[in-house]
Each structure stands twice: as structure tokens, then as C-alpha cells.
Design a binder for this molecule. Structure first.
Ligand code: DLL
Length: 432
């Protein structure tokens, strides 16, 4: 189902008019209430009245993670704390977290876009949603929770981890849709399998999975192992949390709810705007936020916009799955590599399990890459010769695509650490 047909199937021209009207308002609002961003606008010589068309968006300065750190924790909020009803925090891996604040209206909008996202992924008011994203400062838990309730679904606030419990809910509580990270869904399938759970017999039909990059090959394994249809959900705390975009059941790119979040894709080095189809850094402007609006926030996420109409009837612009972050590109012996490229190669090789870790070290002056790859039980019990042949095959495939020859270590099934939330797959131990 389409949750909000008026908004989601609005003719593109009409939506552009709406976007312009909202953009003008949002820029004026931020100029008046966010001193740090006003200072940037003044420095660039831009006034809110200068925004006369959607193309004028590019006159505006960017907002970055560094701005968030400098104004930590609440310096970018546009309302007094008495109007803030919720604070979340980003899952930053280094340094201090960043804080984001929501007014009552922001929470309403979040529930609305999350309801749209869940509907994209197969939810209806009859759904029983097992929400295995972490509840807490992370936006995944509460964001999805409110969207499910808004739609009238039954939401199980299972939160992350406690895999044995999750399996009990899946079997006894009638879960029809699960939400968690793609890596955790595989872990559930694996643990379930070990305990004799037959996913084909469960009422589970859909997975709305995201918060970390995953490949098409990973999707195939997830859909097969859990016997579900899996869609990709995208979002980030700085913009609202989950619910910025979601794939529909066509599975051909994620619809960005662009009556609330205006996307651009830019060349991340030059800042030049890129047309649909070209890959670059996603930049998002919120159009309706009150607590912490963001004008031209540089997400660091790499994608391309897709402007062809979608057979599902939604007219929101789409983006391709996120293939990495500008800051997770690895430079190995001068070759630019995204971990997602390695994942795609691995997932196409028979006998390889969807669990791997990339280690980077320095060997004298040279970079050294070693990939630990889990293989299936059947492969692992094969004779050494066969294992060696498989490792050589993986190395050759990677060499063919990336012109790099990493060492491949095949490891036992279930030996790599499983994550309950976002998986960490790269350990860069080079001290450069
Ligand atoms: O991860 C929000 C979220 C929760 C999204 C639940 C989806 C489901 P943060 O912790 O602020 O928020 O992390 C945001 O995670 O900039 C991306 O780099 C990455 N990310 C999120 N969704 C996807 C996805 C939540 N579908 C950061 N594919 C973002 C790839 C994703 N990366």
C-alpha cells in the first residue's frame, strides 16, 4: 500500500512548487534562528530573499559534521529547550557523539515518513512488526516504533540483541515484518537454523533493513535464508533518523520523501552538482524541520539520484543503494576501493558465507590487505586442496576487478564476530 497517496503520488511539477515554497520558509527560519548558519550565509553574501528557484539552493553554504561538533551539543537547535521533546544522538564511532533535537511537530513528521517507509517495505495496518533496532539514543528503535504505531500496526519493541528471545517472538508472536540491520538479519537466520527454526513455516514476510551498507548479493542471501522480501531503509540522525528514504517492493532504488527532505548529489571534491545517474555525495536539506533543521547537510554517503518514474506509482525521486561513504573509501597501494565492491565480489562466489572482515596493515612501505572470509560448513570440511583453490579463486576475482591481490584467509563458519547493530567490517591498522 501507499501510506499517503496525496503526498507520495503528487505530480512532480506540483511537488517542485511545494518544495520551493517550503525551502524559502525553511531557509528564512534557519537564518533567523541558527546563528552559526546565518554567519555562513552572511559570509557567502546570501540572504533568504535570494532563494527564488530550486536551483538557487546551490548558492547556500553547506552544513557539515564539523559544524555540529563546533556547536555541540545544542548550539544548532532553532527552538528553546522547552519546545524540544526528544534528543537523540548519532552513533559516531570516534570522538564525542552529536546531539539532535525534535519538537512535537518533528516527531509527528518523523512518524509520518516512517509510516511511508514501512508501507514501501510491505507493511499494512495488519502487520505485526518486530523492531530489532536498538532503542535508546540511536534513532533506529524509536523512529521505526512511532512509524509502525502511526500506521496502526502492532509493534514489538524487541530492541537489538537477545537473539534467542528474538527467535521466540518470531515463532510465537506472529511477526510478519522484521526491522533490523541486514547483518543482524543474517545472524538471526543462522541462529534460527541452528535451533531448528524453519523460516518457511513462519508468518514472516518482509524485512525493512538498513542503517549500514549492503549489497545486492547480500539481499539475495537474506531473502533466501529468512524467506522474506527485503527492502532497504535509509536515514541519518542529523536529518531525522530512519525514514528519509525506503525502497518499494519493486526494489529498484530508494524513494526519498522529498516533500520533507530535498536531496542533491554533488562531486564531493569540487562541490559541483551532479545530474541524476551520476554517483557522488548525497546532500540533504530538510524542508519542514523545527528543532534542528539542516540546510545542505553533507551526509558523506555515496549514491546517485534516479529520476525515472517508478512502476509503484510513487513520484518521489529515487536514489540507488548507498555504496559507501566518502570517508570509508580505502586507498590501498594507490587503488581506491570501497568495501562494498569487495562485498559484491564475495557474494557472487559459491560457498562463501555473508561474513567477512578486511584487515589493512603496513608491511614496510607497502599496504597489506588480508580478507577473512567465512565459508560454509560443507566447504570447510573439504580437503585442503579445495580450500586453497577457493581462496585462489577469490583472490583472482578481486584481482580482476580491483587490480589488487589481497591475502585470503578462509575461516570456519560462525567464527567471525556477529554484530547486533551496525557491522564493522574493516580494520585499518595502518599507521599513516
Ligand atoms: O543509522 C538511522 C537508521 C536507523 C537508518 C535504522 C536506517 C534504519 P545514524 O546512526 O545517524 O542513523 O547513521 C547514519 O548510517 O549516514 C549512512 O552512512 C549509514 N546508513 C544508514 N542507512 C543506510 C543504508 C541511522 N540503508 C549513517 N545503506 C548514514 C547504507 C546506511 N548506509
Amino acid at each position: 500500500m501507499i501510506w499517503n497517496p496525496d503526498a507520495e503520488t503528487m505530480p512532480v511539477g506540483q511537488r517542485r512548487e511545494l518544495q520551493l515554497e517550503l525551502l524559502k520558509k525553511q531557509v528564512k527560519y534557519v537564518y533567523e534562528r541558527q546563528p552559526a548558519y546565518r554567519a555562513k550565509m552572511e559570509k557567502a553574501g546570501i540572504k533568504p530573499e535570494d532563494i527564488k528557484s530550486l536551483d538557487d539552493l546551490r548558492l547556500l553554504p553547506y552544513l557539515t559534521k564539523a559544524d555540529m561538533r563546533e556547536n555541540y551539543p545544542y548550539g544548532l537547535f532553532c527552538v528553546p529547550m522547552k519546545e524540544v521533546v526528544r534528543v537523540h544522538s548519532s552513533s559516531g564511532t570516534t570522538g564525542k557523539p552529536t546531539a539532535v533535537g525534535y519538537t512535537k511537530k518533528d516527531i509527528e513528521i518523523w512518524a509520518e515518513v516512517m509510516a511511508r517507509a514501512l508501507a514501501c517495505g510491505g507493511a499494512t495496518p495488519d502487520s505485526i512488526i518486530q523492531n530489532a533496532y536498538g532503542y535508546g539514543m540511536f534513532t533506529g528503535g524509536l523512529g521505526i516504533h512511532y512509524g509502525g504505531e502511526r500506521m496502526g500496526c502492532a509493534v514489538l519493541p524487541a530492541s537489538s540483541g537477545q537473539t534467542k528471545r528474538q527467535l521466540i517472538y518470531l515463532q510465537d508472536f506472529g511477526t510478519t515484518l522484521i526491522t533490523c540491520t541486514p547483518s543482524y538479519s543474517l545472524h538471526l537466520a543462522e541462529e534460527g537454523g541452528a535451533e531448528g527454526v524453519d523460516f518457511k513455516k513462519l508468518p514472516l514476510k518482509y524485512g525493512v533493513l538498513g542503517a549500514e551498507p549492503w549489497s545486492e548479493g547480500m539481499r539475495e542471501k537474506i531473502e533466501h535464508n529468512l524467506n522474506i522480501k527485503a527492502t532497504d531503509i535509509y536515514g541519518l540522525s542529523e536529518i531525522i533518523g530512519p525514514g528519509v528514504a525506503n525502497e518499494c517492493l519493486e526494489q529498484k532504488g530508494l524513494h526519498i520523501f522529498d516533500d520533507h527532505f530535498l536531496p542533491e548529489v554533488i562531486n564531493h571534491e569540487t562541490g559541483e552538482p551532479l545530474p541524476p545517474g551520476q554517483r557522488g555525495e548525497l546532500v540533504i536539506t530538510t524542508l519542514t524541520k523545527e528543532g534542528f533543521p539542516a540546510i545542505r547537510y553533507r551526509t558523506g554517503d555515496i549514491t546517485a539520484l534516479l529520476d525515472a518514474p517508478c512502476p509503484c506509482g510513487r513520484t518521489h525521486i529515487r536514489m540507488e543503494r548507498i555504496t559507501g561513504r566518502t570517508d570509508d573509501m580505502l586507498i590501498i597501494r594507490g587503488v581506491n576501493v570501497f568495501p562494498s565492491q569487495i562485498e559484491s565480489i564475495l557474494m557472487d562466489i559459491e560457498g562463501v558465507e555473508p561474513h567477512y572482515i578486511i584487515y589493512l596493515r603496513r608491511d614496510g612501505a607497502l599496504d597489506d590487505m588480508e580478507i577473512h572470509v567465512e565459508v560454509s560448513e560443507k566447504v570447510f570440511s573439504d580437503e585442503v586442496k579445495k580450500l586453497e583453490a577457493l581462496a585462489a579463486k577469490i583472490q583472482k576475482e578481486i584481482q580482476g576487478v580491483l587490480a589488487l591481490s589481497p591475502r585470503i584467509k578462509l575461516v570456519e563458519p560462525k567464527s567471525l564476530e556477529r554484530s547486533m547493530g551496525k557491522a564493522k567490517r574493516v580494520f585499518d591498522e595502518r599507521k599513516i
